[in-house]
Design a binder for this molecule. Structure first.
Ligand code: SAH
Ligand code: F3S
Length: 433
């Protein structure tokens, strides 16, 4: 009988892909299959996120529950970014944990499995050319890593300390992976990296220098591939060449993530983001001019150390000018080994909460106003997900989630859908073609 693995994945899309990679290695090399019930598992993995403090403190209480209720001889492994930054401390605090595997070491999952108390967390380890076994949780959409690590030094962010320096994955490996995914039925790929539009600056071996635009052009030549998405591009690297390719290439989905963080130039400087309020607005204007249907999402941090009321108002001002289609907003959370951890001017918790509420309320107003005009619009939808209540959902090119009443035959297919009713984030429609 094959062994079973339960994986809980926290955090970003890159963690999702790392979990897929670990599952692939475990199933091909160790004959594991996955289970949704940790009480039934022989191996329990938590793939952690350390970007904010909350998930880290939750980790140890969760580990306690796993340990109490797991099968007798089941192993527990802690993987991902918190594994990278806490390392051995995890086993000190939770001695029943069998191994700790960092975000940049996931290819070693089948090794650490057999070494009790192994701690593999080297952030200089280079996995950029590792040939992972193929595994995808969805046959319709393929997540593909295009780089590992991050070369930026945003003063609030722990990621460079958990994922190490940025190294691009060679073009030919990415194209091969995309071709394999399309042969398995995927019509859409989702390219992943911390800074995708900085692609190609550094490879580990000798490879022809290619930039992100060239990568997009090469991938677009794959006939069976209909849609390309990516995250996250960095506003600093949004030059005209990139925006032009984005706008003119019909296979690139017209949904852009532009992580603003703050709308105030002084705060942006203290965050070491490398752009100003004006640059950000200039890039948005260029994008909207070249690509009028684009939807724009963003990340916002409120209450960065020293952020005054007036500086916060600049973030609100950018929100009003851009009218983002999606906003991921966070209160600043001090992280170990980051520069901002030592900054003075900690913002009062009540003020931070009030600012977050204002960001979220303004965004809700924008979304409600946009959605109100959606009834009757027709979108080409690529269907990916089946629900128990007889609905199938998919996304428009510009990333609007749309559900229709239909059966599973629609999965992996495109159809034109007319919007018939609206809820805040999900629109319902009927197929017109
Ligand atoms: N490279 C990615 C960022 C990864 S972290 C990008 O540019 O999108 C994802 C988001 O978490 C960041 O964009 C930021 O908004 C948020 N974040 C990171 N560190 C944070 C911190 N210390 N406190 C609050 N939010 C943080
Ligand atoms: Fe973090 Fe900035 Fe890199 S937000 S992941 S250091 S681009």
């Amino acid at each position: 009988m094959s062994k079973k693995v339960f994986i809980e994945t926290l955090g970003c899309a890159m963690n999702e892909r790392d979990s897929e990679h670990m599952l692939a290695e475990l199933s091909k090399k160790e004959a594991y299959e996955s289970t949704n019930d940790f009480r039934d598992a022989d191996l329990i993995l938590i793939n952690t996120c350390s970007v904010r403090e909350k998930p880290v403190s939750k980790l140890f209480s969760e580990l306690g529950v796993f340990n109490k209720k797991k099968k007798n001889d089941a192993k527990i492994g802690v993987c991902g970014c918190t594994a990278s930054h806490l390392g051995e401390e995890i086993i000190k605090r939770a001695p029943y944990v069998n191994f700790v595997l960092g975000a940049r070491n996931v290819s070693k999952i089948t090794e650490v499995l057999h070494k009790d108390k192994a701690v593999e967390v080297d952030i200089n380890y280079d996995e950029s050319e590792f040939a992972f076994n193929d595994f995808r949780s969805s046959p319709y959409k393929a997540f593909i890593n295009i780089s590992i690590g991050c070369d930026k030094a945003c003063t609030f962010c722990i990621v460079p300390k958990t994922r190490g320096d940025e190294i691009s994955i060679p073009l030919n490996l990415i194209v091969d992976e995309a071709i394999r995914a399309t042969k398995n039925g995927a019509k859409e790929i989702f390219l992943l990296g911390q800074n995708v539009n900085n692609y190609g600056r550094r490879f580990s071996g000798n490879h022809e220098k290619v930039n992100f635009t060239k990568l997009l052009q090469e991938l677009s030549k794959i006939d069976a591939l209909k849609r390309i998405r990516f995250t996250s591009p960095h506003p600093f690297h949004m030059d005209d060449e990139f925006i032009t390719e984005f706008s003119n290439n019909p296979k690139i989905c017209k949904s852009m993530h532009m992580p603003l963080q703050s709308g105030n130039t002084k705060v942006l400087k203290e965050m070491k983001r490398g752009y100003s309020k004006e640059w950000f607005l200039n890039r948005v204007a260029k994008l909207k001019e070249m690509c009028p249907d684009v939807s724009i999402s963003t990340d916002i941090i409120v209450a960065f150390p020293g952020e005054s009321d007036a500086e916060f108002e600049d973030t609100m001002d950018v929100m009003r000018q851009v009218e983002f289609d999606q906003v991921f907003s966070f209160k600043y959370s001090p992280r170990p080994e980051t520069e901002a951890e030592h900054f003075s001017g900690v913002v009062d918790a009540d003020i931070a909460s009030a600012r977050l509420t204002r960001v979220q309320e303004l965004h809700t107003q924008h979304i409600d106003a946009k959605n109100a005009s959606q009834v009757g619009n027709v979108y080409s939808v690529y269907f990916e997900e089946l629900f128990n209540d007889g609905f199938v959902s998919g996304r428009s090119d510009n990333n609007i989630v749309i559900k229709v009443k239909a059966s599973e035959e629609l999965l992996g297919e495109f159809a034109d859908v007319k919007i018939t009713s609206i809820a805040r984030t999900v629109l319902t429609g009927e197929i017109v073609n």
